[in-house]
Design a protein around this ligand. Structure first.
Ligand SMILES: [Mg+2]
Length: 358
């Protein structure tokens, strides 16, 4: 499959935990869990990231913090310091942007870069190595990179050898690379779709690619059609260049669907604080808050509220988010919640009112 494009996907390794270990060298090589306060196993909220040593104990991101505590009470539990992570993220993204103008940041520690101008995959691999070296030298952090002819393949490739991995998939290798992998490696195919596919005897991406398209459409509708083309590595989605940013959002997917509204509110508080800290750092106020809830079975609903005037107040964002969440919860179990602050306004220091940030 030759798209004529060369796409690089970068994903930092256990980003928050690695930044913490950089700041506090005594954490290096230890199981570090960044997230909510475990409160001796009774805490609410989830694991944001954890070090590879903590992963060895069975801990992973999005796991309830109480469960993580029970799995490894001796791990070092750290509250997130978002200003620190945002600053490191910004420096890393600058390193990427210098390599290509076609740059799309997808989360605090993940970005796509269109490096078609490298000419060929050999030169692109060289560029990827240079990026890794530069990030390691300047930030002391490792990342994993995938290079491929399409975004979807590059993303799967960056996850292929983690941590500190580089996986280059040239156009003629796309099917050999994808087909042996489990279908769950395709972003969007979660446990539920995975189970449904398994019931049809479709377990690998190759199985999916080889399934009659009408069968998939009959079962999944348009999503079936999309899944089938993704299985072939066909993804003509371009790397979008963004002029500044128009909104700030965070989301959290749960290991198990939940209808525990106190738990959901606690997670939402964390998302709100994360967004507030990032915006505060950039001197940006927001006016609109949007909460997204994805219920069991992929149905997604959102609800927004726009304020009369812009604010940077984190307590306000928390409070509005909780109201919107309450409006969305209807007893159905929830798989994912997200929060977005938009209608952003950059303020200079002279205009900044003291109460905007407190
Ligand atoms: Mg990462």
């Amino acid at each position: 499959m030759n798209t004529g494009r060369i796409i690089l996907h970068l994903d930092m390794d256990s980003f928050y935990a690695s930044v913490e270990a950089g700041e506090h060298p005594e954490l290096k090589g230890k199981p570090v869990v960044v997230g909510a306060d475990p409160k001796g196993g009774t805490g609410r909220g989830v694991v944001s990231t954890c070090s590879y040593e903590a992963r060895a104990c069975g801990i992973h991101s999005a796991m309830p913090i109480s469960r993580a505590y029970n799995l490894c009470p001796d791990a070092i539990f750290v509250r997130p310091s978002f200003p620190l992570y945002n600053a490191a993220s910004r420096r890393i993204m600058e390193i990427l942007k210098r390599r290509s103008g076609k740059f799309q940041q997808v989360s605090i520690d993940e970005a796509f870069l269109d490096i078609s101008s490298s000419g060929d995959f050999r030169a692109a691999a060289e560029t990827a190595l240079e990026i890794r070296r530069e990030i390691l030298e300047k930030e002391g952090l490792t990342c994993s990179i995938g290079v491929a002819p399409a975004k979807i393949v590059a993303k799967i490739a960056s996850d292929y050898r983690k941590p500190d991995g580089l996986t280059v998939v040239a156009p003629e290798e796309v099917e050999n690379f994808l087909f042996p992998l489990p279908v769950g490696k395709i972003p969007g195919i979660g446990k539920k779709t995975g189970a449904e596919l398994a019931s049809m005897d479709i377990r690998t991406i190759g199985d999916l690619a080889g399934t009659d398209i009408q069968v998939l459409i009959g079962r999944f509708g348009r999503w079936g059609l999309h899944m089938h083309s993704l299985a072939h590595g066909a993804d003509d989605d371009e790397v979008l260049e963004r002029e500044g940013y128009k909104s700030a959002s965070r989301e959290s997917t749960f290991e198990q669907d939940t209808d525990d509204s106190r738990f959901l509110a606690a997670v939402l508080d964390e998302l709100a604080d994360d967004i507030s800290q990032g915006l505060k750092k950039d001197g940006v106020l927001w006016k609109t808050a949007t909460v997204k809830v994805r219920y069991q079975g992929f149905l997604t609903h959102t609800r927004s509220r726009t304020m009369d005037r812009s604010t940077g107040d984190s307590a306000t964002l928390r409070a509005i988010a909780r109201v919107l969440l309450a409006e969305l919860l209807d007893g159905r179990k929830v798989r994912l919640i997200g929060l977005r602050a938009s209608t952003l306004e950059k303020v200079d220091n002279a205009q900044r009112r003291i109460d905007d940030f407190f």
